[in-house]
Design a protein around this ligand. Sequence first.
Ligand code: GDP
Ligand code: ZN
Length: 303
Amino acid sequence: MKPDPTQEALVIATYSRQMLLRLADSSELRARIKGKRLRPVCGDKVEAQPLPNEPEWLITSILPRTNELTRPDSRGRTEILAANMDLLVVVAADAPPADWFIVDRYLAAAELMQVSAMVVFNKTDLSGPSDSSAAALSDYAAIGYETISCSATDGANVDQLSVLLREHTAIIVGQSGVGKSSLINCMLGDDKLRVREISAATGEGRHTTVNSAMLTLPGGGSVIDSPGVRDYAPAIERPDDVIHGFREIRKVGHKCRFANCRHLREPDCAVKSAVEDGQISARRYESFRRLLSMSQELADKRK
Ligand code: GDP
Ligand code: ZN
């Protein structure tokens, strides 16, 4: 009997239905996907096997995912952008002006995905953080998120950022223009060339656009880079889930008079008292309310 040629592999880049796989021995090869139903994404662990007389392998199954980053596609279906990450890195800066509500939405999505998250304030080479940015950063530190300030331009603190990513498969998100690509390039250093090799390896001279790629950082760890993911601020589809996105509100919420308190207009609401006496940041509470009404609108539309 011939040995089973099936091997476990990691999806490290995707180009529509073309994938680049890394095998356990670190070798990399191209693969296509068996059938139309199977939709592997970057970060997936898959089973694949070589095809006789063909350079490409065939992906036959996707192993169970620990998590998925999703967004609704243009037809309102859920599109899966990446899988199996364990750290969400949210980047903000003062130029373009930070939208901390977007940061809160990402952090809420991370809580719901049960992925750790951290906040990076980039472009410290420009004038220091504005008062509102400094206040937001201290809000995050106070509720236990790792925060770091750095500059992709002069390299300040980028080494420390690399250390924080060392053990992780991270995804880097944030508004357009805050410096996500610059930070990734800065951490990659001389390995930037190797990223171009990945593109070349799958391109075969044809014009192919990379949908997403998992980049190995020189100091350890990896970053999933995907244009679809970068600027996308996730929505929370079920209003009841919004509370789980705000760890400090969730924590105080069980002291409210009503077990099903929504922390809006209810009497004896521990959350509102905590906001009034400054224990919970008023800005974060406002984000909570905004996200709740966004989510409610989405839910009403679906009815
Ligand atoms: P992305 O859209 O988040 O990927 O942002 P980019 O990495 O493309 O950067 C957007 C712009 O900000 C570019 O013009 C960068 O040169 C600039 N930029 C990125 N990082 C820094 C930084 O640390 N300091 C300054 N001054 N500019 C930066
Ligand atoms: Zn309440």
